[in-house]
Design a protein around this ligand. Structure first.
Ligand code: ACO
Length: 150
């Protein structure tokens, strides 16, 4: 999307990030969760800005030998305009620079999260398993998706 800038997320962004999070999920991450992720050396946290306003973000972290996409959301009025794709591409580029040794990227998504599943499929992620009753509010299974990297 024209005019969108992707840059590293900072602590100063977190209030706006939490507003998007609250609009996007029935069980949103807390401010503390975002702070905790930002404090991790192995975290890749990116924000998308349009005219100085945050309109989306992605959180990825390397745990042992795999990169985990922990969270991604775009403000509802800016969805389907390529912002999520730009965030994911930016995070994957950083991952390649920081950890070229990583060979797998994985994530969990709600079974009912068809939009997110389609989004990840477009980038070559495939469903590889299921975690029973992984989510609350509503109780639901998680679909595990994976993609080879590198
Ligand atoms: N229906 C079908 N396919 C879709 C849709 C949709 N509503 N939205 C995106 N896609 C797919 C399409 O293949 C699309 O490509 P196309 O437009 O060329 O057809 C592709 O994804 C890329 O779309 P973007 O515009 O880049 O995605 P967007 O900026 O809308 O962000 C996101 C996608 C982040 C999933 C957004 O819909 C969102 O914020 N959803 C709510 C939060 C959420 O569910 N996050 C994922 C949770 S799982 C996790 O974080 C690990």
């Amino acid at each position: 999307m024209e005019g969108v800038v992707i840059r590293r997320m900072t602590y100063a962004d977190l209030q706006e990030v939490c507003e998007i999070e609250n609009k996007s999920f029935t069980m949103p991450w807390s401010l503390y969760s975002f702070k905790y992720e930002l404090s991790h050396e192995d975290a890749i946290m990116e924000a998308a800005l349009l005219e100085g306003r945050i309109i989306g973000y992605i959180c990825m972290r390397v745990i042992f030998n795999a990169a985990h996409i922990l969270n991604i959301a775009v403000l509802p009025e800016f969805r389907r305009l390529g912002v999520g794709s730009a965030l994911l591409q930016s995070a994957l580029k950083k991952l390649g620079e920081l950890r070229p040794d990583i060979d797998t990227i994985t994530l969990e998504v709600r079974e009912s999260g068809i939009t997110a599943i389609r989004f990840y499929e477009k980038f070559g992620f495939m469903a590889t398993g299921r975690r029973r009753h992984y989510y609350q509010s509503p109780k639901e299974d998680a679909i595990i998706m994976e993609k080879k990297f590198g």
